[in-house]
Design a protein around this ligand. Sequence first.
Ligand code: DHB
Ligand code: FE
Length: 281
Amino acid sequence: MARIIGGITTSHIPAIGNAITRGQMEDPYWKPFFDAYPPVQDWLEEAKPDAAIVIYNDHGLNFFLDKMPTFAIGAAPQYLNDDEGWGLQPLPPFQGDPELSWHIINSLVEDEFDICSCQEMLVDHGFTVPMSLMFPDQAKRSAIRTIPVAVNLIQHPLPTPARCYKLGQAIGRAVASYEKDTKVVVFGTGGLSHQLDGQRAGFINKDFDLMCMEKIVSDPEALARYSIHDLVRLAGAQGAELILWLVMRGAMSEKVKKLHSNYHIPISNTGAGLLLLENAA
Ligand code: DHB
Ligand code: FE
């Protein structure tokens, strides 16, 4: 049987990818951020997941305003990134797992989530930056099978936090009903507070972020009760990416154990949050 062995949250800021490429991890600006990751990388080394479900938002690379699925899931044998205009390097392909993808797609539709299935899918920084952070070793990054799950955070109306939490619960049920012995880790990417444009560009809300880091562990339903507009007000227009963390959390068991966490501001324009969770017995 398949089982979810862990849930990880991380911001997915493009500048992180560029800092990795340029080897700037020891620079004073970057060091406190990157220093938080080895415990999570070590946990992944030890736990050896077979597959990673990566919850992210496509920022305009694979989907654009003309066609914007609310929830889309990759079912491709492999995934490539491409130039998004952030200067991020093209990376070697990420391995897919069409069989597990189709199992999840079937299970979700059966569960009344009418998602968009993608047999071809480009993945953007929302997917690639967390993968680079979690698997600094290219061989390991290429070895793990991935299932990209893209949630619309670009064009309103965005899905509600409550719906995203329920999607996560449905993904949890889908994994639990997969018969092949598979260890699965779920990444909730993006966040925390940030606003990239408009009058509040640069807005960060540390108090709200720290509350979210706590509640996502102990009381995710409290976060699921916010509206999207609450999140935009409290966390900035792009801080609504918190809904991606809620998908991850929904896939985990009701009680989870926090193994590691870090919060650092600012990285680029963003409150950067890192969490490693295990399902509690
Ligand atoms: C930044 C953060 C994001 O989540 C993103 O998608 C793009 C840029 C930033 O802080 O620069
Ligand atoms: Fe983003």
